[in-house]
Design a protein around this ligand. Structure first.
Ligand SMILES: [Cu+2]
Length: 145
């Protein structure tokens, strides 16, 4: 009787050891390896949008605004006074209230939508003016030369 118990116990211990070894071989080596440098680089790259080029014609100054790292991108927009600005919103990246755009000091209030992603305005005089979403969560500055 005692001998049977001993054999059973030994058998169970052996089984556990085998399970552990097999388990280790199967799962031990396949633990995912996190390449933090690569993950950080990728998230950094995602945080910088690919913007279309800004340009000026004799009539208008076209500027692009998108969403970067937890804020508008770019955070500084430079224009000339007295000439119409077309601010083109990247509606793929600008979501929610960040589509509602305001420059309070210039009384500019607009909305970037899928149908019309352009907000037009003219800055009458040089200066530096804050812009933001309607709730003031995202913000930046407009430099008027
Ligand atoms: Cu907002």
């Amino acid at each position: 009787m005692e001998r049977t118990t001993l054999i059973k116990t030994a058998g169970m211990v052996l089984a556990v050891i085998i399970i552990l070894i097999v388990g280790w071989k199967t799962f031990g080596n396949s633990a995912p390896e996190f390449d933090w440098d690569r993950i950080l680089q990728e998230s950094e790259a995602k945080s910088i949008p690919t913007l279309e080029k800004d340009y000026d014609t004799s009539e208008v100054q076209v500027r692009h605004l998108s969403w970067g790292k937890l804020n508008y991108y770019p955070e500084t927009i430079t224009i000339k006074a007295g000439k119409k600005v077309q601010l083109v919103g990247d509606v793929e990246r600008l979501q929610g209230c960040f589509r509602s755009f305001t420059i309070p000091d210039l009384k500019v209030n607009g909305q970037f939508t899928e149908d019309n992603n352009i907000i037009e305005f003219t800055a009458p005089a040089p200066g530096t003016f804050g812009f933001s979403c309607s709730m003031g969560m995202g913000s930046g500055k407009l430099v008027v030369e």
